[in-house]
Design a protein around this ligand. Structure first.
Ligand SMILES: CC(C)(COP(=O)(O)OP(=O)(O)OC[C@H]1O[C@@H](n2cnc3c(N)ncnc32)[C@H](O)[C@@H]1OP(=O)(O)O)[C@@H](O)C(=O)NCCC(=O)NCCS
Length: 124
């Protein structure tokens, strides 16, 4: 059963400005270690970061069903499977609060905006 949904949209220019101004200090506040590996390989860094930021904010909104304290964004890692599909990777401390619920994420980015949706489903 679907229990929770979150949606977020991010203006890419804002992320690009912050990335130019603050460099890794900015991206390190958003990305976890597995995501930094992906980020380093990407040509479209502001777009990638905007997509990850939107997805993490969408996850935070949906996580409100399960948590009262917002985890740091770096702990909500979104990696891609072999086909490119985004998957949420959580620390044990957060996963334990989910009672087996699974999260499904979709990300889209174009020149000016990135958007993402996150949906949690409880086990049947
Ligand atoms: C996914 C796809 C539609 C991307 O579309 P796009 O308009 O070029 O780009 P968007 O900005 O909207 O989406 C990019 C995001 O899609 C997501 N994505 C990539 N491959 C995906 C897949 N197989 N399934 C779900 N989501 C995928 C990723 O999160 C990606 O962003 P990221 O690399 O920064 O994490 C395109 O890569 C594609 O068609 N992939 C193959 C999907 C497929 O063959 N599915 C099976 C048949 S339906």
């Amino acid at each position: 059963m679907i229990t929770s949904i979150g949606l977020d949209i991010v203006e890419t220019a804002r992320i690009k400005d912050d990335l130019e101004r603050f460099g890794p200090r900015f991206s390190d506040r958003i990305l976890g270690p597995d995501e930094k590996v992906l980020f380093d390989r990407r040509q479209d860094k502001p777009l990638f970061l905007a997509g990850r930021f939107a997805a993490k904010e969408a996850v935070v909104k949906a996580l409100g069903k399960y948590l009262t304290v917002r985890p740091p964004l770096q702990e909500l890692q979104i990696v891609n499977d072999q086909t490119g599909r985004p998957e949420l990777k959580l620390p044990d401390s957060v996963r334990e609060s989910l009672d087996g619920a699974r999260c499904f994420i979709s990300i889209s980015h174009e020149r000016n905006y990135a958007a993402a949706v996150a949906i949690f489903e409880d086990p049947a």
